[in-house]
Write a protein that binds this ligand. Structure first.
Ligand code: RTP
Ligand code: MG
Length: 147
């Protein structure tokens, strides 16, 4: 079973779309493994976006992602990494289709509401960067008779 790291960025928290985003991931059928509201320490943000360290927008990207709380999550499902990227929509806001999270809610590429890991390898590195092992909860939804 695959896992991915997803976070509602500071603009999404400020705009009040945590619930909307969690709802879309839940309804898709992914299983929540961990979640928390946190302000990212600068060194963790720089590690998270290390692949962009040489880009001209790196400083602003780190400033933005550390500017307020993010809602960090781990989700699990078969192929959850590419499926999450499909729900999230394209990075470039002009290419993010209606029906995707960015397509429905974002107007600017630099303030695009949500992050999702781009590969299983990135997901493992990002999960380890943001969560301690004891914060992950494993459980079986299928056998509960509540609904
Ligand atoms: P993210 O990592 O934040 O989930 O976004 P992503 O995979 O869709 O896009 P990525 O290429 O990893 O870029 C990370 C973030 O940097 C900003 N960006 N700005 N000005 C630009 O050309 C540019 N390109 C990327 C975006 O905010 C993007 O989410
Ligand atoms: Mg990325």
């Amino acid at each position: 079973m695959e896992r991915t790291f997803v976070m509602v960025k500071p603009d999404g928290v400020q705009r009040g779309v945590i619930g909307e985003i969690v709802s879309r991931f839940e309804k898709k059928g992914f299983q929540l493994v961990a979640s928390k509201l946190m302000v990212i320490p600068r060194e963790k943000a720089e590690f998270h976006y290390a692949e962009h360290a040489s880009k001209p927008f790196f400083g602003e990207l780190v400033d933005f992602i550390t500017s307020g709380p993010v809602f960090a999550m781990i989700w699990e499902a078969d192929q959850v990494v590419p499926l999450s990227r499909t729900l999230i929509g394209k990075t470039n806001t002009l290419e993010a289709l209606p029906g995707t999270i960015r397509g429905d809610f974002a107007v600017h590429t630099n303030f695009n509401l949500i992050h999702g890991s781009d590969s299983p390898e990135s997901a493992e590195r990002e999960i380890n960067n943001f969560f301690e092992p004891h914060e992950l909860v494993t459980y079986d939804k299928a056998i509960k008779p509540w609904i």
